[in-house]
Design a protein around this ligand. Structure first.
Ligand code: AMP
Length: 217
């Protein structure tokens, strides 16, 4: 049996065409089912639904052989407990700094004042501001980052931005992109050896599909 760990939502939806390119269809639909282990058209391949931040843990410790999650999650997780053979180019977005419309970010950074920054991505934010030589107090949040500047909890946030609609709806503006994000395939080290015959064809099919969609854009 091969187990693939995915999170619900964009990553799950964007993975369906990749699975289809490997001849695999989902038999269970997470929209209508509350199951956490989903069957596929291949009796030896199943999908487990976990939080995006738990995907590396499942793959590192063998709860899943393969997983798909964002570069943001992998950077924040750290370590090298798994192989990372493929950037799948799905669930694309960026990590950016955002502030209230009326906050003078350029001036605050130039003056060398201490910025209070709320984020889920504490390591990424720390490294980014350290490189710029900006002093920051980091406040770790687990969700609804947009609220932090609106309530006075922080001057700025570091968060994922896709269309920018969420920032706009909350009167925030993106002031500086930090990095582009997409989702990666990760593979358990032992499984890569012990289940190579089953895993390698999946990697190859994903790779072909990714190269084709890259050449179509
Ligand atoms: P948007 O309004 O399209 O800019 O999307 C921003 C919101 O969606 C933020 O709350 C982000 O945390 C979340 N988001 C955007 N892209 C992704 C992604 N690829 N994976 C997970 N969350 C995302």
């Amino acid at each position: 049996m091969i187990t693939l760990a995915l999170s619900k939502g964009r990553i799950f939806d964007d993975t369906l065409p990749l699975l289809a390119s490997a001849g695999v269809e989902m038999l269970d639909d997470p929209q209508t089912s509350r199951k956490l282990i989903l069957a596929t058209s291949r009796p030896d391949l199943r999908v487990v639904l976990v939080r995006a931040t738990d995907v590396p843990t499942y793959v590192e410790y063998g709860g899943a052989d393969l997983g798909i999650t964002g570069k943001d999650v992998l950077l924040e997780y750290g370590g090298s407990g798994f192989y990372q053979p493929l950037d799948l180019g799905i669930a694309k977005c960026r990590i950016s700094v955002a502030v209230r419309k009326d906050f003078d970010y350029a001036q605050a950074v130039k003056k060398g004042s201490r910025l209070r920054v709320a984020t889920k991505y504490v390591d990424i934010a720390r490294e980014f501001f350290a490189k710029k030589g900006v002093h920051v107090d980091l406040i770790k949040l687990y969700g609804s980052m947009e609220l932090a500047p609106l309530t006075g909890l922080a001057d700025a946030i570091v968060d994922l931005v896709s269309t920018g609609n969420t920032l706009k709806a909350n009167d925030l503006i993106e002031v500086e992109p930090i990095m582009e994000i997409s989702s990666r395939l990760i593979v358990n080290r032992a499984a890569m050896k012990l289940k190579h015959e089953k895993i390698q064809p999946l990697i190859d099919a994903f790779n072909t599909s990714v190269s084709q969609s890259a050449s179509n854009t």
